[in-house]
Design a protein around this ligand. Structure first.
Ligand code: ZN
Length: 400
Protein backbone atom coordinates (compact mmCIF):
# COMPACT_ATOMS: atom_id res chain seq x y z
CA UNK A 1 0.00 0.00 0.00
CA UNK A 2 1.39 3.40 -1.01
CA UNK A 3 1.25 6.16 1.57
CA UNK A 4 0.32 9.77 0.90
CA UNK A 5 2.62 12.58 1.99
CA UNK A 6 0.73 13.52 5.20
CA UNK A 7 0.79 9.89 6.33
CA UNK A 8 4.53 9.73 5.77
CA UNK A 9 4.99 12.87 7.81
CA UNK A 10 2.89 11.45 10.63
CA UNK A 11 5.20 8.44 10.85
CA UNK A 12 7.97 10.57 12.30
CA UNK A 13 10.88 8.35 13.31
CA UNK A 14 8.78 5.19 13.70
CA UNK A 15 9.82 2.46 11.31
CA UNK A 16 13.34 3.78 10.74
CA UNK A 17 14.65 1.06 13.05
CA UNK A 18 13.04 -1.61 10.89
CA UNK A 19 14.68 -0.18 7.75
CA UNK A 20 18.04 -0.11 9.57
CA UNK A 21 17.61 -3.74 10.66
CA UNK A 22 17.17 -4.81 7.02
CA UNK A 23 20.50 -3.12 6.23
CA UNK A 24 22.36 -4.47 9.29
CA UNK A 25 21.19 -8.04 8.62
CA UNK A 26 22.75 -7.86 5.15
CA UNK A 27 19.36 -8.31 3.44
CA UNK A 28 19.53 -4.84 1.86
CA UNK A 29 22.60 -2.93 0.70
CA UNK A 30 20.91 -0.18 -1.30
CA UNK A 31 17.66 1.74 -1.79
CA UNK A 32 16.81 -0.63 -4.63
CA UNK A 33 17.22 -3.66 -2.32
CA UNK A 34 14.95 -2.05 0.27
CA UNK A 35 12.26 -1.44 -2.34
CA UNK A 36 12.56 -5.04 -3.50
CA UNK A 37 12.50 -6.86 -0.15
CA UNK A 38 10.18 -4.65 1.91
CA UNK A 39 6.58 -3.73 1.17
CA UNK A 40 7.38 -0.03 1.65
CA UNK A 41 6.93 2.53 -1.09
CA UNK A 42 9.98 4.40 -2.43
CA UNK A 43 8.70 7.58 -0.75
CA UNK A 44 8.44 5.86 2.63
CA UNK A 45 11.90 4.35 2.22
CA UNK A 46 13.29 7.80 1.36
CA UNK A 47 11.61 9.32 4.44
CA UNK A 48 12.97 6.63 6.79
CA UNK A 49 16.44 6.80 5.30
CA UNK A 50 16.31 10.58 5.70
CA UNK A 51 15.61 10.14 9.42
CA UNK A 52 18.51 7.68 9.71
CA UNK A 53 20.89 10.01 7.78
CA UNK A 54 19.88 12.99 9.94
CA UNK A 55 20.50 11.01 13.13
CA UNK A 56 24.02 10.18 11.97
CA UNK A 57 23.45 6.41 12.33
CA UNK A 58 23.55 5.68 8.62
CA UNK A 59 25.39 6.98 5.59
CA UNK A 60 25.35 6.29 1.89
CA UNK A 61 28.69 5.70 0.21
CA UNK A 62 29.87 5.07 -3.33
CA UNK A 63 31.18 1.57 -3.82
CA UNK A 64 32.62 0.19 -7.05
CA UNK A 65 30.87 -2.97 -8.11
CA UNK A 66 32.85 -6.16 -8.74
CA UNK A 67 31.31 -6.41 -12.20
CA UNK A 68 33.08 -3.20 -13.15
CA UNK A 69 29.81 -1.35 -13.70
CA UNK A 70 29.24 2.21 -12.53
CA UNK A 71 29.71 2.73 -8.77
CA UNK A 72 26.64 1.78 -6.72
CA UNK A 73 25.41 3.78 -3.74
CA UNK A 74 25.51 1.49 -0.71
CA UNK A 75 23.93 2.07 2.71
CA UNK A 76 26.27 1.65 5.65
CA UNK A 77 26.06 1.91 9.42
CA UNK A 78 28.12 4.84 10.70
CA UNK A 79 30.40 2.87 13.00
CA UNK A 80 31.54 6.08 14.72
CA UNK A 81 27.96 6.91 15.85
CA UNK A 82 28.58 5.64 19.37
CA UNK A 83 30.99 3.83 21.65
CA UNK A 84 30.72 0.55 23.58
CA UNK A 85 32.75 0.14 26.77
CA UNK A 86 33.56 -3.51 27.33
CA UNK A 87 35.41 -5.70 29.81
CA UNK A 88 36.41 -9.36 29.62
CA UNK A 89 36.95 -10.62 33.16
CA UNK A 90 39.08 -13.75 33.25
CA UNK A 91 40.13 -15.89 36.19
CA UNK A 92 43.46 -14.08 36.56
CA UNK A 93 43.32 -11.04 34.26
CA UNK A 94 40.95 -8.48 32.85
CA UNK A 95 40.84 -6.90 29.41
CA UNK A 96 38.99 -3.64 28.89
CA UNK A 97 38.35 -1.76 25.67
CA UNK A 98 36.39 0.96 23.94
CA UNK A 99 34.93 -0.11 20.59
CA UNK A 100 32.96 1.52 17.80
CA UNK A 101 29.81 -0.06 16.33
CA UNK A 102 31.77 -2.26 13.88
CA UNK A 103 32.81 -3.40 16.39
CA UNK A 104 36.45 -2.40 16.09
CA UNK A 105 38.58 -2.03 19.22
CA UNK A 106 39.60 1.65 19.44
CA UNK A 107 41.69 1.41 22.63
CA UNK A 108 42.45 -1.47 24.98
CA UNK A 109 44.06 -2.19 28.38
CA UNK A 110 45.07 -5.33 30.24
CA UNK A 111 45.00 -5.71 34.02
CA UNK A 112 46.17 -8.56 36.24
CA UNK A 113 43.51 -8.63 38.96
CA UNK A 114 42.32 -12.10 39.92
CA UNK A 115 38.60 -12.71 39.84
CA UNK A 116 38.80 -13.79 43.50
CA UNK A 117 39.39 -10.14 44.49
CA UNK A 118 35.60 -9.71 44.57
CA UNK A 119 33.29 -7.33 42.72
CA UNK A 120 34.10 -3.98 44.36
CA UNK A 121 37.87 -3.80 43.63
CA UNK A 122 37.37 -5.22 40.14
CA UNK A 123 34.49 -2.93 39.14
CA UNK A 124 36.31 0.08 40.65
CA UNK A 125 39.33 -0.74 38.49
CA UNK A 126 37.18 -1.27 35.37
CA UNK A 127 35.30 2.02 35.88
CA UNK A 128 38.62 3.89 36.16
CA UNK A 129 39.89 2.22 32.96
CA UNK A 130 36.68 3.14 31.13
CA UNK A 131 37.24 6.82 32.01
CA UNK A 132 40.83 6.66 30.76
CA UNK A 133 39.84 4.85 27.57
CA UNK A 134 37.22 7.51 26.76
CA UNK A 135 39.81 10.25 27.39
CA UNK A 136 42.29 8.40 25.18
CA UNK A 137 39.89 8.23 22.21
CA UNK A 138 38.52 11.72 22.92
CA UNK A 139 34.84 10.76 23.29
CA UNK A 140 32.44 12.00 26.00
CA UNK A 141 30.45 9.70 28.31
CA UNK A 142 27.27 10.85 26.50
CA UNK A 143 28.40 8.96 23.39
CA UNK A 144 28.55 5.64 25.25
CA UNK A 145 25.75 3.45 23.87
CA UNK A 146 26.24 0.68 26.38
CA UNK A 147 28.56 -1.22 28.69
CA UNK A 148 29.19 -4.93 28.09
CA UNK A 149 30.80 -7.32 30.56
CA UNK A 150 32.04 -10.85 29.95
CA UNK A 151 32.04 -12.93 33.15
CA UNK A 152 33.47 -16.44 33.76
CA UNK A 153 30.32 -17.62 35.53
CA UNK A 154 26.65 -18.44 34.94
CA UNK A 155 24.94 -15.10 34.31
CA UNK A 156 21.31 -14.04 34.50
CA UNK A 157 21.49 -11.88 31.37
CA UNK A 158 18.28 -9.96 32.04
CA UNK A 159 19.38 -8.95 35.56
CA UNK A 160 23.06 -8.57 34.65
CA UNK A 161 24.02 -10.68 37.64
CA UNK A 162 26.13 -13.73 38.37
CA UNK A 163 23.89 -16.58 39.53
CA UNK A 164 24.98 -19.75 41.20
CA UNK A 165 28.34 -20.97 42.40
CA UNK A 166 31.42 -20.19 40.32
CA UNK A 167 35.04 -19.05 40.51
CA UNK A 168 33.58 -15.53 41.06
CA UNK A 169 33.49 -15.50 44.86
CA UNK A 170 31.32 -12.68 46.21
CA UNK A 171 29.69 -11.90 42.85
CA UNK A 172 26.57 -13.98 43.33
CA UNK A 173 23.60 -11.61 42.80
CA UNK A 174 25.85 -8.51 43.06
CA UNK A 175 24.12 -5.61 41.26
CA UNK A 176 26.62 -5.07 38.41
CA UNK A 177 24.41 -2.70 36.32
CA UNK A 178 23.75 -0.61 39.45
CA UNK A 179 27.50 -0.05 39.86
CA UNK A 180 27.72 1.98 36.64
CA UNK A 181 24.28 3.59 36.83
CA UNK A 182 25.40 6.87 38.37
CA UNK A 183 28.14 7.46 35.82
CA UNK A 184 26.55 6.49 32.50
CA UNK A 185 23.02 6.90 31.21
CA UNK A 186 23.66 3.90 28.93
CA UNK A 187 22.46 0.40 29.83
CA UNK A 188 24.80 -2.29 31.21
CA UNK A 189 24.78 -5.82 29.81
CA UNK A 190 26.47 -8.85 31.33
CA UNK A 191 26.83 -12.32 29.86
CA UNK A 192 28.74 -15.56 30.37
CA UNK A 193 32.19 -15.54 28.72
CA UNK A 194 31.77 -18.71 26.66
CA UNK A 195 28.50 -17.40 25.25
CA UNK A 196 30.19 -14.12 24.24
CA UNK A 197 33.05 -15.98 22.56
CA UNK A 198 30.38 -17.93 20.68
CA UNK A 199 28.75 -14.67 19.60
CA UNK A 200 32.08 -13.15 18.46
CA UNK A 201 33.06 -16.27 16.49
CA UNK A 202 29.63 -16.46 14.86
CA UNK A 203 29.39 -12.79 13.86
CA UNK A 204 32.96 -12.42 12.68
CA UNK A 205 33.55 -15.69 10.83
CA UNK A 206 30.30 -17.63 10.35
CA UNK A 207 27.48 -15.07 9.99
CA UNK A 208 25.77 -17.20 7.34
CA UNK A 209 25.49 -20.24 9.66
CA UNK A 210 22.21 -20.07 11.55
CA UNK A 211 22.82 -23.24 13.63
CA UNK A 212 26.23 -23.15 15.33
CA UNK A 213 27.67 -24.83 18.40
CA UNK A 214 30.86 -23.46 19.95
CA UNK A 215 32.80 -25.64 22.38
CA UNK A 216 35.39 -23.96 24.57
CA UNK A 217 38.09 -26.42 25.58
CA UNK A 218 40.45 -24.64 27.91
CA UNK A 219 41.28 -25.04 31.57
CA UNK A 220 37.49 -25.57 31.88
CA UNK A 221 34.94 -26.77 29.31
CA UNK A 222 31.75 -25.05 28.22
CA UNK A 223 29.70 -24.38 25.12
CA UNK A 224 27.57 -21.77 23.44
CA UNK A 225 24.67 -22.37 21.08
CA UNK A 226 23.35 -20.26 18.21
CA UNK A 227 19.93 -21.38 16.96
CA UNK A 228 18.16 -19.61 14.10
CA UNK A 229 20.98 -17.04 14.19
CA UNK A 230 20.32 -16.09 17.82
CA UNK A 231 22.02 -16.89 21.08
CA UNK A 232 20.29 -19.68 23.00
CA UNK A 233 20.39 -19.02 26.75
CA UNK A 234 17.88 -21.48 28.20
CA UNK A 235 15.27 -20.85 30.88
CA UNK A 236 17.77 -19.73 33.57
CA UNK A 237 20.83 -18.92 31.46
CA UNK A 238 22.40 -22.32 32.08
CA UNK A 239 22.19 -23.67 28.50
CA UNK A 240 25.38 -25.11 27.05
CA UNK A 241 26.99 -26.18 30.33
CA UNK A 242 28.44 -29.38 28.86
CA UNK A 243 31.51 -29.49 31.12
CA UNK A 244 29.61 -31.13 33.95
CA UNK A 245 27.65 -33.73 32.02
CA UNK A 246 28.51 -37.02 33.72
CA UNK A 247 29.81 -39.61 31.32
CA UNK A 248 30.18 -42.45 33.85
CA UNK A 249 30.61 -42.81 37.58
CA UNK A 250 32.31 -46.17 38.22
CA UNK A 251 36.05 -45.59 38.84
CA UNK A 252 35.54 -42.08 37.51
CA UNK A 253 37.82 -39.17 38.39
CA UNK A 254 36.58 -36.48 40.78
CA UNK A 255 35.50 -33.23 39.13
CA UNK A 256 36.18 -29.80 40.60
CA UNK A 257 32.39 -29.43 40.96
CA UNK A 258 32.37 -32.33 43.43
CA UNK A 259 30.70 -34.88 41.15
CA UNK A 260 32.38 -37.96 39.66
CA UNK A 261 33.07 -38.52 35.98
CA UNK A 262 32.14 -35.14 34.47
CA UNK A 263 33.38 -34.29 30.95
CA UNK A 264 35.75 -31.78 32.61
CA UNK A 265 37.25 -34.42 34.88
CA UNK A 266 38.45 -36.25 31.75
CA UNK A 267 39.05 -33.59 29.12
CA UNK A 268 39.54 -30.12 30.67
CA UNK A 269 42.96 -28.50 30.72
CA UNK A 270 43.10 -28.95 34.52
CA UNK A 271 42.37 -32.68 34.21
CA UNK A 272 45.01 -33.23 31.51
CA UNK A 273 47.47 -31.27 33.67
CA UNK A 274 46.57 -33.58 36.60
CA UNK A 275 47.33 -36.64 34.45
CA UNK A 276 50.59 -35.08 33.24
CA UNK A 277 51.68 -34.39 36.83
CA UNK A 278 51.04 -38.07 37.59
CA UNK A 279 53.53 -38.82 34.79
CA UNK A 280 56.14 -36.50 36.30
CA UNK A 281 55.53 -33.32 34.28
CA UNK A 282 55.13 -29.84 35.75
CA UNK A 283 51.68 -28.73 34.53
CA UNK A 284 48.82 -26.84 36.18
CA UNK A 285 46.47 -25.63 33.45
CA UNK A 286 45.63 -25.68 29.74
CA UNK A 287 48.53 -23.34 28.89
CA UNK A 288 51.03 -25.73 30.48
CA UNK A 289 49.44 -28.64 28.59
CA UNK A 290 49.76 -26.74 25.31
CA UNK A 291 53.39 -25.86 26.04
CA UNK A 292 54.14 -29.60 26.26
CA UNK A 293 52.12 -30.38 23.11
CA UNK A 294 54.00 -27.66 21.24
CA UNK A 295 57.26 -29.30 22.36
CA UNK A 296 55.94 -32.55 20.83
CA UNK A 297 55.84 -34.51 24.10
CA UNK A 298 54.05 -37.77 23.17
CA UNK A 299 52.44 -38.08 26.64
CA UNK A 300 50.80 -34.67 26.28
CA UNK A 301 49.72 -35.29 22.67
CA UNK A 302 48.21 -38.66 23.59
CA UNK A 303 46.21 -37.12 26.48
CA UNK A 304 44.92 -34.28 24.25
CA UNK A 305 43.83 -36.81 21.61
CA UNK A 306 42.01 -38.79 24.32
CA UNK A 307 40.38 -35.53 25.51
CA UNK A 308 39.21 -34.97 21.92
CA UNK A 309 37.38 -38.31 21.99
CA UNK A 310 35.70 -37.39 25.30
CA UNK A 311 34.61 -34.07 23.78
CA UNK A 312 33.41 -36.05 20.77
CA UNK A 313 31.21 -38.18 23.01
CA UNK A 314 29.36 -35.16 24.36
CA UNK A 315 29.45 -33.35 20.98
CA UNK A 316 27.67 -36.37 19.44
CA UNK A 317 24.81 -35.95 21.91
CA UNK A 318 24.69 -32.21 21.18
CA UNK A 319 24.53 -32.93 17.43
CA UNK A 320 21.69 -35.40 17.95
CA UNK A 321 19.67 -32.84 19.91
CA UNK A 322 20.45 -29.62 18.02
CA UNK A 323 21.53 -30.69 14.51
CA UNK A 324 24.00 -27.80 14.03
CA UNK A 325 25.59 -27.11 10.64
CA UNK A 326 28.93 -26.30 12.24
CA UNK A 327 30.78 -27.09 15.47
CA UNK A 328 33.55 -24.64 16.29
CA UNK A 329 36.13 -25.76 18.85
CA UNK A 330 37.86 -22.91 20.67
CA UNK A 331 39.75 -22.35 23.92
CA UNK A 332 43.44 -22.91 24.69
CA UNK A 333 43.38 -26.65 23.91
CA UNK A 334 42.09 -25.96 20.38
CA UNK A 335 45.60 -24.72 19.55
CA UNK A 336 46.44 -28.46 19.38
CA UNK A 337 44.47 -28.46 16.09
CA UNK A 338 43.94 -31.92 14.62
CA UNK A 339 45.26 -33.65 17.77
CA UNK A 340 42.04 -32.46 19.47
CA UNK A 341 39.65 -32.27 16.49
CA UNK A 342 40.32 -35.80 15.19
CA UNK A 343 38.74 -37.40 18.27
CA UNK A 344 35.72 -35.09 18.11
CA UNK A 345 35.11 -35.98 14.45
CA UNK A 346 35.65 -39.70 15.08
CA UNK A 347 32.99 -39.94 17.79
CA UNK A 348 30.48 -37.59 16.14
CA UNK A 349 30.54 -39.44 12.80
CA UNK A 350 30.46 -42.81 14.55
CA UNK A 351 27.48 -42.05 16.78
CA UNK A 352 25.22 -39.67 14.87
CA UNK A 353 22.77 -40.40 12.10
CA UNK A 354 24.08 -39.61 8.59
CA UNK A 355 21.31 -37.04 8.12
CA UNK A 356 22.74 -34.99 11.01
CA UNK A 357 26.36 -35.24 9.87
CA UNK A 358 26.27 -35.14 6.08
CA UNK A 359 26.84 -31.38 5.85
CA UNK A 360 28.27 -30.90 9.34
CA UNK A 361 31.64 -29.15 9.65
CA UNK A 362 33.86 -29.45 12.72
CA UNK A 363 36.51 -26.72 12.74
CA UNK A 364 38.93 -24.91 15.05
CA UNK A 365 37.95 -21.41 16.20
CA UNK A 366 39.45 -18.49 14.30
CA UNK A 367 38.94 -15.66 16.78
CA UNK A 368 41.85 -14.65 18.96
CA UNK A 369 42.33 -13.26 22.45
CA UNK A 370 40.08 -10.25 21.79
CA UNK A 371 37.03 -12.50 21.25
CA UNK A 372 35.60 -11.86 24.73
CA UNK A 373 35.79 -8.09 24.21
CA UNK A 374 34.25 -8.28 20.73
CA UNK A 375 31.49 -10.59 21.99
CA UNK A 376 30.69 -8.08 24.75
CA UNK A 377 30.62 -5.30 22.14
CA UNK A 378 28.21 -7.34 19.97
CA UNK A 379 26.01 -7.80 23.03
CA UNK A 380 25.75 -4.00 23.38
CA UNK A 381 25.35 -3.33 19.65
CA UNK A 382 22.69 -6.02 19.12
CA UNK A 383 20.65 -4.70 22.04
CA UNK A 384 20.92 -1.01 21.15
CA UNK A 385 20.31 -1.40 17.41
CA UNK A 386 17.10 -3.43 17.68
CA UNK A 387 14.37 -1.67 15.67
CA UNK A 388 12.39 -0.32 18.64
CA UNK A 389 15.60 0.84 20.37
CA UNK A 390 16.71 2.66 17.20
CA UNK A 391 13.36 4.44 16.94
CA UNK A 392 13.80 5.62 20.54
CA UNK A 393 17.47 6.48 20.07
CA UNK A 394 16.90 8.78 17.11
CA UNK A 395 13.72 10.32 18.53
CA UNK A 396 15.93 12.28 20.98
CA UNK A 397 19.06 14.29 20.38
CA UNK A 398 22.42 12.55 20.72
CA UNK A 399 23.13 8.90 21.61
CA UNK A 400 22.94 7.40 25.10
ZN1 ZN B 1 31.85 -31.45 37.23
Amino acid sequence: MRQSAPEIHALGTAGAGHVLSLILSGQAKSRADLARISDLSRATIAQRLGVLFDSGLLHEASETQASGGRPARVLKLNQAFGVALVADIGESRIRVAATDLGPTILAERLGTLGVGSGPVPILTWIAAQFRELLAEIGRPAAEVLGIGLSLPAPVDHAAGQVVGPSVMTGWDHFDVPGWFAGEYAAPVFAENDVRLRTLAEHRQFWPGESQLVFIKAGTGIGSGVITDGRMHRGARGAAGDIGHIQLRDADAPLCRCGKLGCVEAYAAGWAIARDLRARGFDARDARDVMALVERNRPEAISLVRQAGRVLGEVAADVVSVLNPSIIVIGGTLSRAGEHLLAGVRELVYQRCLPLATQDLRIVAARSGEGAGLLGAAWLVIDARLQPHEVDRLIARPGPG
